[in-house]
Ligand binder design. Structure first.
Ligand SMILES: [Zn+2]
Length: 273
């Protein structure tokens, strides 16, 4: 699933192409892709709208259109937004085609969990999925103190707490494991047991891992691509994720693999306390 760095990379690559373009037509090939808040005919309302800005909140893309409308896009497991300069033949799993003044934007999703919803711009942060999101980890107001207050009532494993979008927005399995390794904290630690010094390390690890992920244009294992169809390269910089049974880059002992919160978690028993 694309996490914050991947969604941010998609956002940046989309901005290069679609900003200030007009959606001349919409081809809805599977209406389930836009289900949710579809109290109005999607194609009818979107047709003729101009794309004014593209922002990100957690793992969501917020596309502001003119006339008071916005699109909220969530890629979930396998969703992709691909831009093409010319008319492009749809793939089997292309569900929505936006025909723009300068090309086409295709929403493709093999597993069909991704969604593009049309909402009034004024209401977009009230959408049930967005309303509950925790702080943006790369914003200035995200401090070690804020992180501590978010973890305060969480008597669960640190790994599970950090996967919860209400605690911090945008983290998923990859960047949580990487952050915990860099912070030297065990994913099994109880989330509200962290000392101020440990909160500081975790806060700084989260920020530096996400920044590095964005600089590498995300992590591509299977599905993730940006709007140009390009892969990211952060998979080459991973220290623990996907490396269970391999040697720890710090101490050389073998990394262990455990299920935590239903997700495979990889860490070093020696370096992470
Ligand atoms: Zn180690």
């Amino acid at each position: 699933m694309p996490e914050l760095p991947e969604v941010e990379t998609i956002r940046r690559s989309l901005c290069q192409h679609v900003l200030h373009q007009t959606i001349e037509d919409v081809e809805l090939r599977w209406s389930g892709a836009v289900k949710g808040w579809d109290i109005f005919p999607f194609e009818q309302e979107v047709r003729g709208r101009r794309i004014e800005s593209i922002e990100r909140r957690g793992k969501y893309l917020l596309v502001t259109l003119d006339e008071g409308w916005s699109l909220i896009a969530h890629m979930r497991m396998t969703g992709r937004l691909n831009f093409y300069n010319d008319a492009h033949e749809s793939e089997k799993h292309t569900h929505v085609v936006f025909k723009l003044s300068n090309g086409e934007l295709h929403f493709t999703d093999t597993r069909k969990f991704g969604r593009i919803l049309l909402v009034p711009t004024a209401e977009r942060f009230n959408h049930p999925s967005l309303r509950v999101l925790g702080p943006e980890p790369l914003e200035e107001d995200f401090t070690p103190k804020v992180l501590g207050s978010r973890l305060k009532k969480r008597g669960v494993a640190l790994k599970c707490a950090l996967l919860d979008q209400k605690v911090v927005a945008g983290l998923g399995n990859i960047y949580v494991d990487e952050s915990l390794f860099r912070a030297g904290l065990s994913p099994e630690r109880i989330a509200n047991s962290l000392k101020p010094k440990e909160l500081k390390s975790l806060h700084s690890a989260i920020q530096s891992v996400l920044q590095a992920g964005i600089e590498a244009q995300g992590t591509s294992f299977r599905d993730y691509r940006d709007a140009n169809g390009e892969k990211g390269s952060f998979q080459n910089a991973l220290q623990v994720y996907g490396r269970g049974g391999e040697k720890c880059t710090l101490c050389g002992r073998l990394l262990v693999r455990k299920r935590l919160g239903g997700r495979t978690t990889v860490f070093c028993l020696h370096c992470q306390k």
